[in-house]
Design a protein around this ligand. Structure first.
Ligand code: ZN
Length: 288
């Protein structure tokens, strides 16, 4: 009986985690008509099947379509956004999604049709680990340090939301890595609990506490090269060389998509030594 109870708990936890991954918060919070357009709810057996390989698409997706499968696609191509833009994870296949899909396709040597079919899915599957993270980044890498207790709890939002945010961030990092010709990108700091953030001297409202930020370095690319490329990888927050405290890493975040941080959902880029700067510096300068 004890063993059976453990198995049931494990399966329940797995379902919760997979549901959190596959059901974007924004889509779940959509208005009733939009939610209905997302299609039938995913059943438990489907979730179990998905758990073994994360997710599989069952139809070709193109402009005008809606659904959870669109949202799942948006997460995977979010790092292929236009310059100074991001792909909304809203389950609606619009012009921005189409353009991001086309850039993803071109980036991986596929015909840049902007329509996602078997060829595009095959590439995503090749990049995707069973836990829905991209090939070159791991959840452990994005977790706060063991010295801080580890895990994704203790942040400014729930552990499940942190992990959803972290996975989205990781797909942007995967795109950025490929755009930099596959140089390794090393995450020196990802999610931080509130306590951990305080301990390392992070800003009170740091994006790291939501799982929406990563500090990166690379043995194969300069900090400026990383920061410059990040402008076309869906990152609304970029801090690098020339910005106080950012002489030895590039801070990347998705603040414009963070509805919980009390900030206007605007872009803030500052890496003066790399020639990068956006307006709004005074408002967000401390938010690192
Ligand atoms: Zn940072």
């Amino acid at each position: 009986m004890r063993r059976r109870g453990w198995v049931l708990r494990a399966v329940g936890l797995l379902l919760l985690v997979v549901a959190a991954i596959l059901v974007p918060g924004r889509a779940a919070a959509a208005t009733a008509p939009a939610a209905a357009a997302l299609g039938p709810a995913v059943t438990a057996p489907t979730l179990m099947a998905a758990a073994a390989e994360c997710y599989r698409w069952t139809r070709t997706l193109h402009t005008g379509m809606r659904g959870r499968d669109v949202a799942n696609l948006q997460v995977r191509v979010a790092g292929w956004a236009a310059f100074h833009s991001f792909v909304a994870i809203d389950g609606v296949f619009g012009a921005g999604t189409r353009a991001a899909v086309a850039r993803f396709q071109a980036g991986y040597g596929l015909p840049a049709s902007g329509t996602a079919g078997p060829g595009t899915y095959a590439k995503i599957y090749a990049l995707q680990d069973p836990d829905c993270t991209p090939a070159h980044f791991s959840l452990a890498e994005l977790d706060d340090s063991a010295a801080c207790g580890g895990g994704f709890d203790g942040g400014k939002v729930s552990s499940l939301e942190v992990q959803t945010n972290v996975r989205r961030l990781m797909w942007k990092l995967e795109a950025l890595r490929h755009q930099l010709h596959d140089v390794p990108l090393l995450v020196s700091s990802g999610f931080r609990s509130v306590a951990c953030n305080r301990r390392v001297g992070g800003a009170a409202n740091s994006q790291h506490q939501y799982g929406t930020a990563a500090d990166v370095v690379s043995p194969g690319a300069s900090l400026c090269r990383i920061a410059l490329a990040a402008r076309s990888a869906g990152f609304s927050g970029i801090l690098g060389p020339g910005a106080e405290g950012h002489g030895d890493h590039v801070h990347l975040d998705s603040r414009a998509e963070n509805a919980h941080d009390g900030l206007a959902n605007a872009f803030f880029w500052s890496a003066p030594s790399c020639g990068i700067k956006t307006a709004g510096a005074a408002a967000a300068a401390a938010d690192v």
